[in-house]
Design a protein around this ligand. Sequence first.
Ligand code: GCB
Length: 611
Amino acid sequence: MFKLFRRLLQSIFCVVFLVVVGGGQVAPLITNISGRHSTSLDGPWHAIVDPYDTGAFDYHGRPLTDHSAFFKNHKPESKSELVEYDFDSSATLQVPGDWNTQRESLLFYEGSVWYERSFDYARPAGRRLFLHFDAANYLATVYLNGEELGRHEGGFTPFDFEVTDRVRPRNNFVVVRVDNTRRADQVPAVLTDWWNYGGITRPVTLVDVPETFVQDYFIQLEKGSTRRINGWLQLNGPQLQQKVTIRIPEAGLSKTFQTNSKGRGEFSFDADLTLWSPENPKLYDVAIASESEEVADRMGFRSIEVRRTKILLNGKPIFLRGINLHEEAPLRPGRAWSEDDARTLLSWAKDLGCNFVRLAHYPHSEAMLRMADQMGIMVWGEVPVYWVIEWENPAALRNAETQLSEMMTRDHNRASLIIYSVANETPISGARNTFLERLIQDAHSSDPTRLVSAALQAHEGVEGNHITMRISDPVASDLDVVGINEYIGWYSHLPADADTAEWKSDYVKPLIMSEFGGDALFGYHGDALTRWTEEYQESFYQHQITMLKRIPFLSGTAPWVLKDFRSPRRMLPHFEDYFNRKGLITDHGEKKKAFFVLREYYREQQAREAH
Ligand code: GCB
């Protein structure tokens, strides 16, 4: 009896706690925001930098719920009332944008910043409204008109909240607390070799949809086919059983089907399409029309498969001439996010001779994927399961799975995206293997049309007078393509030692050398054995290429990295100054000598493929 009473009290406490503290949920993710009716909330937002989380907790660490909580955006009601914060007179930060490069004092800042902006919105009757964030790094807690909508964890994927019944015609205010504190139980955890840019780093929009709307859809060529489309669609709202039509006017296609009582419809039909490829990145206008809504998209169609050690695009073997990219703006400091940023970065990759980019080490913006679609560049998309994660923590696994699913939901109609990567350089252990296997399984089951990979490491040894590299990571047995990062000649040995390195794999699978590289300070010259010179980096690439040409199961390369990028781990004065200098191009756009070595190799590869 007493036990029962205690349990009852506990449940009451839980409910009260949830009501008081909030704990709202993000809504199911809406795909293709640019194809909807939407209003941008980008621009200057008021911002309060709050290193001690004063806006969230009182002096004894208890969550604030009264007027002193910053999300209340409270104004003193009398001349005597004490209110120790004020958004209106606080300086602004641009959204989208990281805070680190908007104010000198915030360059190294890690902690909370409160953002606020107001807006008016006349919602037409019968429409639903969602507040959509393309990304905020890392933990975002979102409030509207003084009430919590919910929170989202993960710095690089989109999320939204339904605000239909909460928005009023005038004087709404959104408050977002963004906290980029690094913590061991997060994904990524505490160690990364990139800048922890904080803030609302990508666009924010109000998305206006009908009561029943097309939440998501997946329209792809069936695995192994270049002539048959397969897919599904998901409605959200009260009228789940509807007639839905997929139209591709240029190809003379119009297919109608019915959704079931859960709002899901599946379809499959023949389609005679010009296939998407780097040589001809053909995109079609696709209309997805339910009885209540029409969503417009631009999509390419291609197949991607693996046969033994080869990667096949549209049924033909292809070598991935790639480069790694961080999401840093090309010619100004800070995070990249815009279409122009994407165009410049991908043009540099094209200039290098690439047909492929590895978007390291987290999902880049949707603008990047759409630009890759347009420019004909294949993409490796990755989740930030980087170095060390709490492998045994179920919450960390759930977090990684959610980030993977959010990336896939956003990008699963992009032709350019051919590979999902679930991890980078993670140390082998039973718990880590189980964690990664789960992610690999998730990726395969929710999208059987794409390839799944991970950037692993080979076992390095020495036999006689040469280096041996053996690919034996047990996780590779579940992957379609094996990615290997190696730094022979930079972190171990000297560049020339790569010439005779012997590669062996325990798996009959394609290999992508997903990283190799060395640092060079642009304009610093010397002989090829002097660290930090352009000549060292140039010679490093020459020897790597000698080695790569001898690996029979190699199907692609993505050296590290296109552009010098900021990293707090790189402190050496003069040469690094908080930059990783493995770029082939500087942060100002200058090309280093090694750029031309790689370009030559890629030109040869391309010529070989053309014959
Ligand atoms: C790696 C990591 C990458 C680093 C790079 C380096 O293996 O995957 O994130 O930035 O090496 O420069 O050491």
